[in-house]
Design a protein around this ligand. Structure first.
Ligand code: AMP
Ligand code: GLY
Length: 421
């Protein structure tokens, strides 16, 4: 069947590369795609958020399956739009995707089902929020309730910082209507990780574990980014921890979905903090992680299209999702200045990947030459029998890539006394 992938990041390129290898896939399209997807799919110049134009295109092109990458179209109901047009789509429908559209909704759900999460207070009133802060201890976490492109979360070290954050979210409306409501949360400490699951409306089938790096510079310094690298599996998720995540987190979530009639199909990304008291949920995302996907897809042995169709028709079994025992490492290469302002249009030379896979994000073809067009430019992923081998292969490929001002972390997946390595 012909398949349309919606989105333009390295996540979508990694999904497209995997989908392209499925015996079930025919012609591939990517909307809007990037310089990398144009080599394995036909890019279609329609924005990921333009559901009407995407459905119209899909009908005309006789698309059998649409795969949605980013959260914004999902939260806005793009899956419902495809289905209304008679086209199967992978991702949660609007009612289920609402979890990423409102942190308060997620917190209320977690509380109802006894899923461990940080204590919180949610309000739409600035003065109520201010009053609440006056008898809290710090640090504390303040979040805009709605979508904020990953920028609406403030870790506040003091009362003063908390007031400033509240002012930015609620008074200055830095995130627009997404900040009409705030969620104020207990600050959790521990190791941050995630549990990504395939969902078919009846069960959650966890993907392999992974770890991402959010800070811009080595040793977790510098500003937060969309992700500077990842690896899989994540060694902090050993078998007992995987069991705890299943029993304490995923099972009650699924029980809640079923009891409340929430028909969740697609990917559920459960953000977690592994605290001294066990795993606690930070947030739900309703889509694949980026860059986790670029580390996970190279390890997936099963046919991704088959898995997606089973999620859609409610017939996924744990045995349908098989993984290679190889480990993987993904290095993100960014533009000079990212995550702040950066220039685009710099010519990229890719060199010889030497067994690594290169997934594009901010790239485009300009007169037949590959040029930068975004902050995060490329994801370089490699697998190997150990993480160290995968890491070596990924960094070797990075050495062959060149564009002016390219920036990447040198410490992704560096061994830090983890067992088995
Ligand atoms: P979120 O979008 O809710 O996952 O928040 C973004 C980031 O803020 C997370 O990935 C964590 O690093 C951090 N964070 C969010 N909530 C908390 C919390 N309650 N305690 C500590 N850190 C948090
Ligand atoms: N890597 C974090 C995310 O995709 O939300």
């Amino acid at each position: 069947m012909d398949i349309l992938i919606v989105g333009s990041g390295a996540r979508e390129h990694a999904l497209a590369a995997k989908i392209a290898r499925s015996p079930l896939s025919g012609k591939l399209y990517c909307a809007p795609g990037n310089g990398g997807t144009s080599q394995i799919a036909e890019n279609v110049a329609i924005a990921a958020t333009d559901a009407n134009a995407l459905v119209a295109f899909a009908k005309k092109a006789n698309i059998g399956l649409a795969v949605i990458g980013p959260e914004e179209p999902l939260v806005n109901g793009i899956v419902d739009a495809f289905e209304a047009g008679g086209i199967m789509a992978f991702g949660p429908r609007k009612a289920a995707a609402a979890f990423e559209g409102s942190k308060k909704l997620t917190k209320e759900f977690l509380m109802r089902w006894g899923v461990p999460t940080a204590a919180y207070f949610a309000t739409a009133s600035y003065s109520e929020a201010e009053a609440y802060l006056s008898d809290q201890s710090f640090p504390i976490v303040i979040k805009a309730d709605g979508l904020a492109a990953g920028k609406g979360v403030y870790i506040c070290e003091s009362r003063q910082e908390a007031s400033k954050a509240l002012g930015e979210i609620m008074l200055e409306q830095r995130f627009g209507a997404s900040g009409d409501l705030v969620v104020i949360e207990e600050f959790l400490t521990g190791e941050e990780t995630s549990a990504l699951c395939f969902a078919d409306g009846k069960s959650l089938v966890p993907l392999e574990s992974s770890k991402d790096y959010k800070r811009a510079y080595d040793a977790d310094e510098g500003p937060n980014t969309g992700g500077m690298g990842a690896y899989s599996p994540n060694s902090i998720i050993d078998a007992p921890m995987a069991d705890a995540i299943n029993n304490e987190i995923l099972n009650p979530i699924m029980q809640g979905f079923i009891a409340e009639g929430i028909d969740y199909r697609g990917i559920l990304y459960v953000g977690l903090m592994i605290t001294g008291a066990g795993p606690k949920v930070l947030e739900f995302n309703v889509r694949f992680g980026d860059p986790e996907t670029q580390a996970l897809m190279p390890r997936l042995k099963s046919d991704l299209v088959d898995i997606m169709l089973k999620c859609i028709n409610g017939s996924l079994k744990a045995g349908d999702v098989e993984w290679s025992s190889d480990e993987s490492v993904c290095i993100v290469i960014a533009s000079e200045g990212y995550p702040d302002s950066y220039e685009v249009g710099r010519i990229i030379s890719l060199g010889e990947p030497g067994g690594a896979e290169i997934f594009h994000a901010g790239t485009k073809l300009e007169n037949g030459r590959l040029a930068t067009s975004g902050g995060r430019v490329l994801s370089v992923s490699a697998t190997g029998p150990t993480r160290a081998k995968a890491r070596e292969k990924a960094y070797a490929a990075v050495q062959h890539i060149n564009f002016s001002g390219m920036h990447y972390r040198k410490d992704i997946a560096r061994e830090m006394g983890h067992k088995g390595n």
